[in-house]
Design a protein around this ligand. Structure first.
Ligand code: FAD
Length: 522
């Protein structure tokens, strides 16, 4: 008997989301966090991308929005590799975001995980791990001394310098870039001229455009208004020694960097935040080693800001239900390994676009500028701009499912259809609140509902109608990705066979009495 089902190491956004999702799936996690209290260190000012949709699909968006500085918004301009992508002329921007400072996000996620019954132990540092065929054991240094905790699985959500990853012997290859970013949240005193459009006039420099990057031959200066009064000021310089993200930055260090980059002083006041961070492009070679897994920054680091929380929390949602299936004893072969396959693939795409940003933002010569100009010309067209938006958001991820199915929805995030049922109107997002697999029959396909009956104890079967239905039926996994879909009017013989195959891959064997597996290919 283990002390817990799953030990989650680290109570950052990834670990806390994982704990909540595990509880939704009926698993007993214990979260071990080395910091004695909730973090107050400002890291992310907000987050964007597919996790915003997933939070809505869990019914959490109102709560997250209430804790945010302002409502959920579509970002009209998104920084990308030292330029800005302009989504303002699209009818609907693909980039949804929330200005929720990371400490507030973590407080909210911790409350949610605890409400659902997760145990969070703060001030408990994992200093060693070991595993064998039957269990994984963590050596923990807690407030009351050293102790051991056993579990069936342990997930390292312990950030970029993950000890779990290192102790499991999982390599973390990649590149450390020399760029160092320094960020300050400040007010600008009245003696600096502020123009009506928010630009600044700085003696010795000239006009500094708000919401734009100012390039000098010593680095890049970024400036924009966070609120009407509070500005975000950022410098980027190359420093071969790299940066220590955790070491505090003084105001003098920040002002020195501004002076070096701009060649002049920018007076700042009311400093509410100062942080320094470097850029690395790294990805864990494997996301799983036996009973030990890694997620979030422990599994990947991207050389651009704004996506770490998104990718990490989606890792957690992808992993939780697979761990639960395994612990429940019915997980089909390779279900847990599909966590590595799917999320390593998603992480690699995020690395691809953030490394492209490195190439785009570096270099001050005319060739580098020509690359940026050309890129912006291409991004003036709607189709590539939309594609880029979906890539940054992680909304274009289509997992390669092992079951046969050619439907365009398969592997993709399930669209939020409005559904009309006998009980009234609902939506895919509402049905996903409980994080259960769902078979959605959109065309009164009795043949398909019958075919799924043997899995009725593991999946919810809903019959509904939807305007412009994209499929006759859709099998949606707990992480809201489509496992299988039937084409409109797809003949029963192929649709039933494929559905049973998909159910066997994602939901295990059926109750033998009701659904014979004959016809299902291994
Ligand atoms: C200055 C800055 C600005 C950023 N801005 C953004 C942004 O705007 N948007 C965005 O999406 N991302 C941003 N990021 C990235 C984002 O902060 C990370 O991607 C995110 O914190 C990753 O979450 P995580 O839970 O995976 O890891 P972390 O947040 O690093 O959490 C890991 C947790 O594990 C704990 N821990 C570590 N080792 C142990 C151990 N041995 N035992 C127990 N506990 C342990 C740590 O104390 C920590 O609480 C920014 C990062 C920085 C540094």
């Amino acid at each position: 008997m283990c002390d817990a089902d799953v030990i989650v190491v680290g109570a950052g956004p990834t670990g806390l989301m994982l704990a909540a999702e595990l509880r939704l799936a009926g698993v007993r996690p214990v979260v071990l966090e080395r910091q004695p209290q909730l973090r107050e260190t400002p890291k992310a000012n907000g987050f964007a991308g597919q996790i915003v949709e997933l939070l809505r699909y869990r019914g959490l968006l109102d709560r997250v929005e209430a804790a945010s500085i302002g409502p959920i918004h579509t970002a009209p301009r998104v920084p990308f590799g030292g330029v800005h992508l302009d989504f303002s002329h699209l009818a609907q921007s693909p980039m949804w975001g929330l200005a929720l400072p990371q400490p507030r996000l973590e407080r909210l996620l911790a409350e949610r995980a605890e409400e659902l019954g997760a145990e969070i132990r703060r001030g408990h540092e994992v200093v060693g791990i070991g595993q064998d065929d039957g269990e994984v054991v963590a050596d923990v240094q807690g407030p009351g001394g050293h102790y051991r905790l056993s579990a069936c699985y342990l997930v390292g959500c312990d950030g970029p310098r993950s000890r779990v990853r290192d102790m499991a012997g999982i390599a973390f290859p990649g590149t450390t870039y020399p760029e160092v970013n320094r960020l300050g949240q400040v007010t600008v005193p009245d003696r600096v001229t502020r123009l009506d459009n928010g630009d600044l006039e700085l003696p010795g420099v000239g006009r500094i455009r708000s919401g734009h990057f100012t390039r000098t031959d010593r680095g890049v200066f970024g400036f924009g208004w966070f609120t009407a009064e509070v500005a975000l000021v950022q410098t980027t310089e190359d420093e071969p020694a790299g940066a220590d993200d955790d070491a505090p930055m003084s105001l003098a260090e920040f002002q020195g960097s501004i002076r070096r980059v701009l060649g002049a002083d920018l007076p700042v006041e009311d400093v509410t935040r100062l942080s320094r961070y470097g850029f690395q492009a790294r990805q864990a070679e494997r996301y799983r080693d036996g009973r030990i897994l890694v997620a979030g920054d422990a599994a990947h680091q991207f050389p651009a800001t704004g996506i770490g929380i998104n990718i990490g929390m989606v890792d957690a949602v992808n992993l939780a239900w697979k761990l639960a299936a395994d612990l429940d004893g019915w997980a089909p072969d390779r279900l847990l390994d599909s966590y590595h396959d799917e999320r390593h693939f998603a992480g690699a795409r995020a690395l691809m676009q953030t490394q492209a940003q490195v190439a785009l933002r570096r270099g001050e010569d005319s060739a580098a500028q020509a690359l940026r100009d050309l890129f912006l010309e291409l991004m003036a067209d709607e189709q590539p701009l939309r594609r880029m938006g979906a890539l940054i958001a992680g909304a274009d991820i289509r997992y390669a499912v092992p079951n046969r199915n050619e439907h365009p929805l398969t592997g993709a995030f399930a669209p939020d259809l409005t559904l009309h049922t006998d009980e009234g109107t609902t939506s895919v997002a509402e049905l996903m609140h409980a994080a259960r697999p769902i078979l959605l029959d959109l065309a009164d396909r009795e043949d398909l509902r019958e075919a799924a009956e043997g899995w009725g104890h593991r999946i919810e079967i809903h019959a509904a109608t939807a305007e412009d239905r994209p499929a006759d039926a859709v099998l949606i996994r707990p992480d809201a990705h489509v496992a299988w879909a039937a084409a409109i009017d797809e003949p029963a013989d192929s649709a039933v066979l494929e559905l049973r195959e998909a159910l066997a891959v994602w939901c295990g064997t059926p109750l033998a009495a009701t659904t014979p597996m004959a016809g299902v290919r291994p």
